[in-house]
Design a protein around this ligand. Structure first.
Ligand SMILES: *Cc1c(COP(=O)(O)O)cnc(C)c1O
Length: 246
C-alpha cells in the first residue's frame, strides 16, 4: 500500500522547489510548516519520520492534547490560530512560537505571563491583509504602530509577520495580500525598531503557496496538500463565531 503522507510531502517539496526556481530563489530560504489541525498524532508522527519537524496548531485544546503523544520526537511547534487571553498559559507551555499575535492586550498579557515564568517567546505579528471580517489579524494600517508597541514588551521577540491570503481562486487578488504584507514588512524594517526582526514572512498555504513564494514567503503553512481534506470548514478555525455544521 502506498503511504500517502510520504507521497504528498514529496509533491509539496516539488511544488516549493519549482516555485523557487521560477523566481530565482534558493529553496533553502523557504521552510515548510505542517498545519496539523484535526490531524491525529499517529499521522503527524508519520510525517516526522520523513523529516518534517515543524508543525502548527490552531486550537489550544489540540495543542495540549497532542503534546504528550508527539513528545518522543524532538520537533518545533507554532501556534497559528486565534488566541484568547484566557488560554495563554497552555500556549506558553507547549508552543515555540506564536504566529498569530494581532493585538496589544494579548501581547501585554503574554509578556507578563512569560515574565513571571522567566521565559521569552518568539512571535509573529498577524496582519489581516485580505480585510475579510472572518479573518483575524491586525489591520494593515495598524501593523506598524502595533509592532512598535509590542517591541517594548520585555519577553516577546518579534521575528516577522504572518498573513492568511484571500480565500479565492483569483490568484491576482491573493497576490495583492502577499504584496501588502511585504510592503508592511519593508516599512517596519526601514524604521529599525530595536528588538524587532522582520526575518520571517509566514504566508502561503495549499492553494497559494507558489504565489506566496514568488512574493517572498520564508515560511509556508500547508495542511490539505499533506494530510488531505479536513472535515471542519476553515471558518471554524478562522472565525470566532463560526459553528461546526452537521
Ligand atoms: C489550516 C491553516 C493552514 C493550512 O491550510 P491548507 O489550505 O490546508 O494548506 C495555514 N494557515 C492557517 C492559519 C491555517 O489555519
Amino acid at each position: 500500500m502506498k503511504d500517502d503522507i510520504k507521497i504528498n510531502l514529496e509533491e509539496v517539496h516539488r511544488r516549493m522547489e519549482e516555485a523557487c526556481k521560477a523566481c530565482g530563489r534558493d529553496p533553502k530560504e523557504v521552510r515548510l510548516l505542517m498545519a496539523t489541525k484535526t490531524v491525529t498524532p499517529e499521522r503527524i508522527l508519520k510525517a516526522f519520520e520523513y523529516g518534517e519537524l515543524l508543525i502548527g496548531e490552531n486550537k489550544v485544546q489540540e495543542l495540549c492534547e497532542k503534546y504528550e503523544p508527539l513528545s518522543s520526537v524532538k520537533h518545533e511547534t507554532h501556534f497559528i490560530g486565534h488566541l484568547q487571553t484566557n488560554k495563554i498559559k497552555d500556549v506558553i507551555k507547549y508552543a515555540d512560537c506564536i504566529e498569530s499575535v494581532d493585538r496589544l492586550d494579548l501581547a501585554e498579557k503574554l509578556s507578563k505571563r512569560l515574565e513571571s515564568e522567566g521565559k521569552t517567546m518568539d512571535i509573529l505579528i498577524q496582519v489581516n491583509t485580505s480585510q475579510e471580517e472572518s479573518k483575524f489579524g491586525c489591520k494593515p494600517e495598524e501593523a506598524f504602530a502595533l509592532t512598535e508597541k509590542i517591541a517594548k514588551l520585555p519577553c516577546l521577540k518579534i521575528k516577522g509577520l504572518m498573513t492568511i491570503g484571500l480565500f479565492s481562486d483569483d490568484m491576482d487578488k491573493v497576490r495583492l495580500c502577499f504584496k501588502l504584507l511585504q510592503k508592511i514588512r519593508k516599512e517596519i524594517t526601514e524604521k529599525n525598531i530595536p528588538n524587532v526582526s522582520m526575518e520571517v514572512v509566514s504566508m502561503g498555504m495549499t492553494g497559494d503557496l507558489e504565489v506566496a513564494i514568488e512574493e517572498g514567503s520564508t515560511l509556508i503553512r500547508v495542511g490539505t496538500a499533506i494530510f488531505g481534506k479536513r472535515n471542519y470548514p476553515d471558518s471554524y478555525y478562522w472565525n470566532e463565531n463560526a459553528k461546526i455544521e452537521g
